[in-house]
Each structure stands twice: as structure tokens, then as C-alpha cells.
Design a protein around this ligand. Structure first.
Ligand code: NAD
Length: 539
């Protein structure tokens, strides 16, 4: 198997740090794959499904494929385990998350290898998943008891009605996740679901199932009952609907197209769903921005995980007065990026994940260039580095007729536009049907926040690419418009996995005529009472 120690895009002056002698084959040995494969819920004679390593194109893993009957079995096992899990005090459940946090930090190199092998991203971009997963584990490990505790609420009648709002687990959550952030996008939704007393049946993307299986093993080591997290593997259109079919709640992350199908199926069953979908995220560089910081931030915004990041930036709006200066810096930084890096820290941008991704990226760029767009940096596939490498690319002169203008590319390509007024920039940023993430660069923080209020995106980062808002785990994250429904993180991120239950105990007097009052007198007395409650400012 080839070791990837790729180079700078345009010259040899800036080689990526070598990956040493470690190869995908040595980092992910067959014995490890065989061990992890045991975590798949698949019965009967194995029907193997195969994955390849994006960095090399070589066979990576063979895993047993689950059938719809296996999915049913997974729900059965999960349901049984969930009953005793839900009966534990929330503090005991939360403690598992805190232990997982520590284990993940300690054993991070194991999973960094797996993430790199399965996705082809650089080690630094893989490390973002460790950052996000541990932030989530700590947050819900510490805060779940307070999010979930019983709360006294005002009763129907003051003093006479004692009311408590409780949170009950949904039961078994169906969790469907994509390939681009395989650790984070399995864990970030699973952890609050577990803390709230649920079980999870998870269908990761087959390409990145090893990472999810590894995370499951680690969580079991941290104290999670083994049957509580079931993992099923198979083709999305076959196994995905089976997962939705039995779920008490669906947590889906993926494309807008699939998200719509999942939403319709969940609606037909009257179960709730949260949908974290695609984006075509804008970044605004205002005239007063620190251009060096903005250029450095734009590189992170556009090319992390080779742009295969739902919250990455694909549209860049720059104030005309600083456009030339900003673009000179951004283009220079982009052209200097080192592709590759192997299974070690060092490379700046990795490979795409699949031939399908490479095809979409190539098509978007070629069509745009053919229709008149100008390439300021990159623009080419780099097969000599690995089968799925594509250069980080900046396009100028993109027009609305081009597919790349409004459709998500989900790759390392950004289109640059110029604006003259703030109103024009806001209108352009809001001009797609998506609304996931945005980024605003200005030295005037108050102005940045005022612009944020006008942007139709679920998260806005002022003077950062995406990590500031995504990493603020105590606050909600999700999409507006075609980018989704519901939110992960914060209180919404855990309460979605619960049913609110109101328990009211009536004391002394009933809510109806009593003590000899006839209906009319009861109504008159109640009318007086209602007026008094308003006058006394009862809420
Ligand atoms: P996808 O929709 O093709 O697949 C996502 C998951 O759904 C996979 O596990 C897939 O097997 C499964 N699936 C496919 N068909 C299904 C069906 N009919 N029913 C149920 N499940 C089915 O998306 P993808 O290409 O794997 O992921 C990339 C997309 O995900 C991009 O659009 C990206 O923006 C989005 N994404 C969004 C977020 C977010 O937080 N908003 C995060 C990561 C990725």
C-alpha cells in the first residue's frame, strides 16, 4: 500500500510533513477490522460489504451487511436494554459520558488513524472530531442532570394545583449518519440521547462504519450497556427506511434530498425527527476586516476536510474596496497548501472520500470554467497523489446560471463575489434556499453581530470560520430553510430525545362546581377569580 506524503500544489518548496512509514494497512490491520465487525448487528450467513481507503484506493474493510430483519432485531435488543438504562438515576448515565471523554482523549490516536483511513482527511481535520466529541461529552456529562430534572410549574389554580413537568425518554432513537465526520456525527447525537435514557439504533455510512464501531466499543468500556447502542450497516435506501420504520424518534444527518424522504416517513408514523442537512454557506469580508486574519480564516472555512463539511464556506463575498488585497492574500495561502500528509500531523488538506465526490467537484468546476468563470487557485484533480485528490480551488466570475452558484458542491471549491453595500451583501448571502452556517469578518464586533441578526442561518461566526459557533455546545446548532429541522447541542439537543410529561395533583377543591355551587355560580366565581389572577400578574 502506498504511503501518502504529498506535496505543495504548485511547487516542491513546501512538502507536507512525512507520514513516516505508517500505511493505512498497518494502521488498520485485518484483526482490528474483524474485531470491530463483531459490533455490527447482522445475523445469518454474512453478506459482506466492502470499503476502500480514499488515500490509496486499496481495500480497507469487509463488514457484514445487515438486513431489514436485522434492523428489527436490533430494535428488539435495544428496547430491552433501554428499560433498565432509563431506570438508572440520570447522574449514573451522565457519568458514562464523562468517562468516555477521558478515554477518548487518552486513546485518540487509535481513532484518528481510523478516521483518516476511512475519509482521507488530514490528521488535524480528523482531530476536529476529537475536539467536538469531547466538548459534547463534557457538556452533557455535566449538564444532563439539570436539563432533565423535574421542574415545578404554575398549576391551573394557585395553591390548589401542584404541577410538575418531567422529561421521559423517547425510547429507541434511530440515528442515521453520513461519512464526512464519522466520529462526531455518530457521537454528538448519541451521547445526549443516552444521557436522556434512550437506546440508539445507528446506521452510519458504510464507508465510515469502523469509526462508529470503535466509538461504540469505547463507550461500552466507559460503562454503556452493550445492547444500548446497536449498529446496523447496509445500503442507505434499504436499511435507512428500516431504521426509521421502528424508531421512536429519528436523528438524521445527511443531504437535503434524503432528509426530505426521512421527514416524510417519520411524519407518516407520527414520530419526531431532527434533520441536519446541507448548506451553501456564505462568508462576508467587510471593508474594515483584518485581511490577514480573514484570509487565514477563509482557508480554514473553505478547505477543512477538503470542503466536505456541512458548515464549510462555498460563497465568499468581499467588499469591493478590499477585494484585490484580500484575494491576493487568500490566493497565496491557498496555493501554498500542502496536499496529503499521510497518517501523521503535517498535511494541510486531504483527499475527497469517494469517486462520486470527485465527480461532483470536477463537474461543478469544469462547467463553471466552461461558462466563463476564472480559476484563481487550484482547479485540478491530482491523481498522482492519490485517486481522489482535488486541489483547493478559488473561482471568480461565477454567475447564477452555473450549478456551482446555488447548489452545494461539498468539496474544496469556493466562489468569490464582490459587494458595495452591507444590504447587498446580506441579500446575496440570504439568496439560496439553504441556511446552515455563515461567517462575518469585521473589526467592529457590534456591527458583526448586527449583520448576524439579518442572516438566515442557524449559526453565525464573527471573525471565525465555523468552529466558534459549532464548538459552543451549550447553544443550539442546526439549519434554517432547506438546511434542516430541529437543533443539536444545548437544551434543545437533549430535550428532543424526551417527551415532556405534566403531572398535576389537585388539592382540596375540584376544578368544577362543588360545595353546593350550581353551574352558574361556579362560572361567576371562576370569572372573578380569572380577573383577580390577571390583576395580580400571575403568569
Ligand atoms: P446522504 O443523504 O446521501 O446520506 C446520509 C445517510 O443517510 C447515510 O448513512 C445514507 O446511507 C443514509 N440514507 C441514504 N438513503 C436513505 C434513505 N432513503 N432513508 C434513510 N437513510 C438513507 O448524505 P451524504 O452524501 O452521506 O452526506 C453529505 C451530506 O450531508 C451533505 O449534504 C452535507 O451537507 C450533509 N451534512 C449535514 C450536516 C449538518 O449537521 N447539517 C453534517 C454533515 C453532513
Amino acid at each position: 500500500m502506498t504511503d501518502i506524503t504529498a506535496d505543495r500544489q504548485t511547487s516542491r518548496r513546501n512538502p507536507a510533513a512525512p507520514g513516516g512509514a505508517r500505511t493505512v494497512a498497518s494502521a488498520v490491520p485485518a484483526a482490528l477490522v474483524a474485531r470491530l465487525a463483531k459490533g455490527v448487528t447482522a445475523t445469518g450467513e454474512p453478506d459482506w460489504v466492502h470499503t476502500t481507503a480514499p488515500l490509496t484506493g486499496d481495500r480497507l474493510a469487509s463488514l457484514p451487511r445487515s438486513t431489514p430483519a436485522d434492523v428489527e432485531k436490533a430494535y428488539e435488543l435495544a428496547r430491552r436494554a433501554q428499560r433498565s438504562w432509563a431506570a438508572l438515576p440520570v447522574g449514573r448515565r451522565a457519568a458514562v459520558l464523562l468517562r468516555f471523554h477521558d478515554l477518548l482523549l487518552k486513546r485518540q490516536d487509535e481513532v484518528l488513524d481510523l478516521i483518516q483511513a476511512e475519509t482521507g482527511k488530514t490528521r488535524l481535520h480528523a482531530f476536529e472530531e476529537i475536539m467536538a466529541a469531547t466538548l459534547g461529552a463534557r457538556h452533557y456529562g455535566r449538564r444532563a442532570p439539570s436539563y432533565l430534572r423535574d421542574r415545578r410549574r404554575g398549576g391551573a389554580l394557585p395553591v390548589l394545583t401542584h404541577t410538575v413537568e418531567s422529561r421521559r425518554p423517547k425510547g429507541v432513537v434511530g440515528l442515521i449518519s453520513p461519512w464526512n465526520y464519522p466520529l462526531e456525527l455518530s457521537i454528538s447525537d448519541a451521547l445526549p440521547a443516552f444521557a436522556a435514557g434512550n437506546a440508539v439504533v445507528n446506521k452510519p455510512d458504510t464507508q465510515t462504519a469502523l469509526t462508529a464501531l470503535w466509538a461504540r466499543e469505547l463507550l461500552i468500556e466507559a460503562g454503556l450497556p452493550a445492547d444500548l447502542w446497536q449498529i446496523v450497516i447496509g445500503d442507505g435506501p434499504v436499511i435507512g427506511p428500516a431504521v426509521v420504520e421502528h424508531a421512536d424518534y429519528v436523528s438524521f444527518t445527511g443531504s437535503t434530498r434524503t432528509g426530505r424522504q426521512v421527514a416524510q416517513q417519520a411524519a407518516g408514523r407520527l414520530v419526531g425527527a431532527s434533520l441536519e442537512l446541507g448548506g451553501k454557506n456564505p462568508m462576508l469580508v467587510l471593508a474594515d476586516a483584518d485581511l490577514d486574519k480573514a484570509a487565514e480564516g477563509a482557508v480554514r472555512a473553505c478547505f477543512s476536510s477538503a470542503g466536505q463539511l456541512c458548515i464549510s464556506i462555498e460563497r465568499l463575498y468581499v467588499h469591493r474596496s478590499v477585494a484585490d488585497e484580500f484575494l491576493a492574500r487568500f490566493t497565496a495561502r491557498t496555493s501554498a497548501l500542502r496536499l496529503g500528509g499521510g497518517l501523521a500531523y503535517g498535511g494541510d488538506m486531504g483527499s475527497l472520500v469517494s469517486a462520486q465526490q470527485l465527480e461532483t467537484v470536477t463537474r461543478h468546476v469544469e462547467e463553471a470554467v466552461k461558462a466563463g468563470a476564472k480559476v484563481l487557485a487550484g482547479g485540478q484533480a491530482r491523481p498522482e497523489l492519490g485517486p481522489l485528490f482535488f486541489e483547493p480551488t478559488i473561482l471568480d466570475g461565477v454567475t447564477p446560471e452555473m450549478e456551482i452558484c446555488g447548489q452545494e458542491t461539498f468539496g474544496p471549491v469556493v466562489s468569490v463575489y464582490r459587494f458595495d453595500t452591507e444590504d447587498e451583501a446580506v441579500a446575496a448571502a440570504n439568496s439560496t434556499s439553504y441556511g446552515l452556517n455563515s461567517s462575518v469578518w469585521t473589526t467592529d464586533h457590534r456591527r458583526g453581530r448586527a449583520i448576524a441578526a439579518r442572516l438566515r442561518t442557524g449559526t453565525v461566526n464573527v471573525n471565525e470560520a465555523y468552529g466558534a459557533a459549532y464548538g459552543s455546545i451549550a447553544a443550539p446548532m442546526g439549519g434554517m430553510g432547506d438546511s434542516g429541522l430541529g437543533r443539536r447541542h444545548g437544551s434543545e439537543g437533549i430535550l428532543r430525545f424526551t417527551e415532556g410529561q405534566t403531572v398535576s395533583t389537585q388539592r382540596l377543591l375540584p376544578i368544577g362546581p362543588s360545595m353546593g355551587l350550581d353551574d352558574e355560580k361556579f362560572a361567576a366565581l371562576f370569572t372573578t377569580g380569572l380577573k383577580a389572577l390577571k390583576a395580580l400578574r400571575f403568569k
